[in-house]
Design a protein around this ligand. Structure first.
Ligand SMILES: Cc1cc2nc3c(=O)[nH]c(=O)nc-3n(C[C@H](O)[C@H](O)[C@H](O)COP(=O)(O)OP(=O)(O)OC[C@H]3O[C@@H](n4cnc5c(N)ncnc54)[C@H](O)[C@@H]3O)c2cc1C
Length: 535
């Protein structure tokens, strides 16, 4: 391998996670190569539901407006859905997964659009960043890891009239596999996975039907619908809108020997909806329902992110959102190490923080959805005991916490100064109070700006006290040690009350890493600077 790698980071896989990571790094001037086998995003409308937190990423990647302009649904159609019993037209139904409930805890609002539109917006943004080199139409084949660099060999799809070399080797300081659930990087790195097979074959159907839109127009327009049927044993019959009027996708379990040719998908859809309607099938695809998680997200100079690190059924719409958070977490850490602002040990915290978040997401949310639905369907039946069925059915929505309790956090992480006996988790509570290890809630400050408008690519220290003593001390510390920390002193007792702390240290991914009151000393913040920023 040549002694000077051409790139700082090579990313294998230019799906949403690979492109998000490339932008996160490219905006910090890191030299990145992205290798993606497809010239254009694939036209399958998966990964539609983008949470508020994900939209904050797009805001800071400077393409939020461009992404929202690609929305297919008219404004005003809620991002949530409806669950019904038996079939979609059943009288037993309730509202479900309304992510708008937690809107006030985030700076950006939810969005919904097909994944190929999201990927197009990311590709357009990436094209604007000069430190990125984008190899579309290339497939990664081999990798080699040396003591201080990695190399990746890739081949190009041949196109007519293109005589350029078809085999090329790139070198980089680090390599990230964002190459999906069958990740080549994960396999070549020898990273094993923990798998939970459900031995279920799932079908994904993409189709057009205006008659289905007419049938469902008796209910207020929702983005998705789920019919729970006792025969499906807790697995979902999930229908999603791609636009408002004619385009749809649907996934549900099918018998294990189903192929595109031996099954009546139209009758299957009619049964799930509870009525016959005309439709045109545009795509039929299959996947095995399973959960898998890489045993480590980092091995030497190699990382995995997104579906390469974790995969699960698309229940609850977590996949792309979790993957993009991996990108945000890994991005600032890689950049800090590559710029010499932090020691390479910081990179170990990527696995430390992100893997437990996925593991708890799997156990507390996605598997739990399946188990709870199965148990309900086995226990209650409206035909035998309508009263008990209805009592339980409606209490499921009234007591539901799947939106409010989903609050990924880094409690107990070695680079936040909080409760060291906890561990990172997808479960938490949405509160405005600033808590170390948790997402920062937005707030309009005394100067009229939102706190999010004050945040940049580095750590930010806020001092809301009248005297600003702590801000002065941090400024001195930062200057003395040449740290990349912005310091803001703004007297704002309202903000101090809102966050229940006078001083805040915010990480580059906008999680809180330390909180302090007027009387607290700065030991915690200083220690964090040592752990995260000093060499
Ligand atoms: C039906 C369905 C509905 C879904 N709905 C939601 C939802 O509502 N919300 C949500 O958050 N998630 C959803 N998901 C999940 C979401 O689509 C995935 O989690 C997301 O695509 C993961 O992104 P990724 O970039 O990690 O992987 P991928 O999207 O798989 O991207 C990997 C990329 O790597 C490329 N690649 C692979 N191997 C190589 C190689 N050797 N060389 C070069 N390139 C390579 C591929 O071409 C691909 O572009 C859904 C999934 C499905 C199937």
């Amino acid at each position: 391998m040549p002694s000077n790698p051409e790139f700082d980071v090579i990313i294998s896989g230019g799906g949403p996670v690979g492109m998000g990571l490339a932008i996160e790094l490219g905006q910090r001037g890191i030299r990145v190569a992205v290798i993606e086998r497809y010239e254009k995003p694939q036209p399958i409308p998966k990964g539609q539901n983008l949470t508020q937190r994900t939209m904050e990423h797009f805001h800071f990647w400077n393409c939020e407006k461009q992404l929202r302009a690609r929305r297919h649904m008219p404004p005003g159609v809620a991002n949530g859905g409806i669950v019904s019993y038996g079939n979609l037209l059943s009288p037993h139904r309730y509202e479900w997964l309304a992510r708008e409930k937690v809107h006030s805890y985030y700076y950006s609002a939810v969005e919904r659009l097909p994944q190929y539109e999201t990927e197009t917006a990311l590709r357009e943004r990436a094209a604007q960043l000069s430190s990125l080199t984008l190899f579309y139409g290339w497939t990664a084949k081999e990798l080699e890891e040396g003591a201080d660099q990695v190399s990746l060999t890739m081949v190009k799809r041949k196109t007519e009239g293109d005589d350029s070399p078809t085999l090329q080797t790139l070198t980089g300081k680090y390599l990230v596999g964002a190459d999906g659930s069958n990740s080549l990087v994960r396999k070549l790195a020898g990273i094993t996975e923990t798998r939970q097979d459900h031995e279920k074959k799932m079908v994904l159907l993409v189709f057009t039907s205006t008659e289905l839109h007419d049938l469902l127009s008796r209910f207020p327009a929702k983005s998705f619908y789920n019919a729970l049927h006792p025969d499906m044993k807790g697995y979902w019959q999930f229908l999603g809108r791609v636009d408002l009027g004619s385009s749809w996708f649907f996934h549900a379990p099918v018998p294990i020997d189903t192929t595109a040719d031996n099954f009546d998908f139209t009758a299957f859809l009619h049964r799930a909806v509870g009525a016959e309607f005309a439709l045109e099938l545009n795509y039929v695809g299959f996947w095995d329902l399973r959960f898998s998680v890489a045993q480590t997200y980092k091995k030497g100079r190699l990382f995995v992110a997104g579906d390469a690190a974790h995969s699960h059924p698309p229940y609850g719409g977590y996949g792309i959102n979790t993957g993009l958070e991996d990108a945000r977490n890994l991005g600032w850490k890689l950049a800090a190490v590559l710029k010499g602002q932090s020691s390479p040990e910081l990179l170990e915290t990527y696995d430390e923080e992100r893997r437990p978040v996925f593991e708890t997401l799997r156990d507390d949310f996605i598997e739990n959805f399946i188990n709870e639905d199965r148990e309900f369907l086995e226990t209650y039946d409206p035909d035998t005991d309508l009263k008990s069925f209805e009592e339980k059915w409606y209490s499921r929505t009234n007591n539901s916490s799947e939106v409010t309790a989903y609050e990924p956090n880094y409690d107990g992480s070695s680079i936040v100064f909080g409760d060291e006996h906890s561990s990172p988790s997808a479960s938490g509570a949405h509160v405005f109070k600033a808590q170390a290890g948790h997402h920062l809630a937005p707030k309009t400050l005394a100067n009229g700006s939102n706190i999010y408008e004050q945040l940049g690519n580095n750590f930010t220290f806020f001092d809301f006290s009248a005297d600003g003593v702590k801000a002065r001390k941090v400024r001195e510390l930062v200057a003395e040690r040449n740290l990349s920390v912005s310091t803001i002193h703004l007297y704002d007792s309202d903000a101090a009350n809102f966050y229940e702390s006078t001083c805040l240290l915010i990480r580059p991914d906008h999680y809180v890493s330390w909180v302090g009151t007027e009387h607290a000393d700065l030991t915690g913040a200083e220690e964090l600077f040592s752990r995260t920023l000093c060499l």
